[in-house]
Design a protein around this ligand. Structure first.
Ligand SMILES: O=C(O)CCC(=O)C(=O)O
Length: 277
């Protein structure tokens, strides 16, 4: 990475790196995600994913997914009677959160020399691969992801965390590409999503002011692009009402030299410690 790109990252809080991953690698991950969905038995799982606080809180299936491969449905996936509105493979919002440690195809995609070097250049000296998500952004029903900072969900002290968002398909304003507020990482952390003492979760709010979403810009990117997100950069994505899916893979890397609080929502069992590249 070049010096100007690092300066740009410091200034804007994000970087767009086209052609970072080959189309073959994107296709292999896509195919593996399709396989995982085919093998997934949804019986008994009624966890409906949404970043809206009320549906996300107190959901054990979600809270225990830090060291698992779990499937989360789109908010609009179900009819009022609980049946699926679309085929199962078109109803899943995302898979998370330890794909990179549990699935060989995701492990291979996540642990390349290119990614290791990129993360090192971004200043993460002792990398630990904390979380991975495969995000489908399904045609017609793909839900919005409201404006947030990733450090709200993945806090470290001091904050040393970087988010990598890989476009596995072209992302456009029509199919729900990422939007960012350039420079928005300079305002500081507005909230933390933590495990509540009595069970479940809660938001700890430090600054309740609304995000200046009018300043946001869309990042329309081609398949194979990686978008680097500073942990404090506000970003969101709109609903996908188009007929095109918008698959993406995200990987969050933290630094072992920072403290990972015990009340972060995402936790692992002692049997599955975090690993580097
Ligand atoms: O892929 C998206 O639509 C947004 C993902 C995102 O911001 C997140 O999961 O933190």
């Amino acid at each position: 990475m070049m010096r100007e790109q690092l300066a740009q990252y410091d200034r804007d809080g994000f970087l767009v790196l086209p052609e970072f991953v080959s189309h073959e690698a994107c296709n292999a991950l896509h195919a593996r995600a399709d396989e995982l969905v085919q093998k997934f038995d949804p019986a008994g799982v009624v966890s409906v994913f949404s970043t809206h606080e009320q549906t996300r809180t107190s959901d054990d299936y979600f809270l225990e997914s830090g060291d698992q491969i779990r499937f989360f449905f789109e908010e609009n996936a179900f009819n009022p009677d609980g049946s699926l509105r679309q085929a199962r493979e078109s109803s899943i919002n995302k898979i998370g959160h330890a794909l990179h440690d549990l699935d060989p195809a995701f492990d291979a995609f996540s642990r390349t020399a290119d990614i290791r070097e990129l993360v090192a250049e971004l200043g993460i000296r002792e990398p630990l691969l904390l979380q991975s998500m495969y995000i489908f952004k399904q045609p017609n029903i793909g839900g919005e992801v409201t404006c947030h900072q990733d450090a709200t969900f993945l806090f470290t002290e001091p904050l040393r965390m970087v988010g990598l968002w890989f476009a596995l398909e072209d992302a456009t304003t029509e199919n729900g590409c990422l939007w960012v507020i350039p420079g928005g990482h300079k305002v500081g952390l507005k909230s933390r999503f933590v495990r509540a003492e009595g069970g479940g979760t809660r938001f700890e709010v430090f600054d309740g002011s609304p995000w200046p979403e009018a300043k946001a810009i869309p990042l329309e990117v081609e398949k194979g692009t990686v978008i680097v997100l500073h942990g404090l950069l506000p970003h969101f994505s709109r609903e996908n009402r188009s007929s095109q899916s918008r698959h993406a893979y995200t990987l969050h890397v933290i630094d072992a030299s920072s403290k990972y609080p015990a009340n972060n929502w995402l936790q692992r069992s002692e049997q599955m410690p975090l690993k580097g590249f």
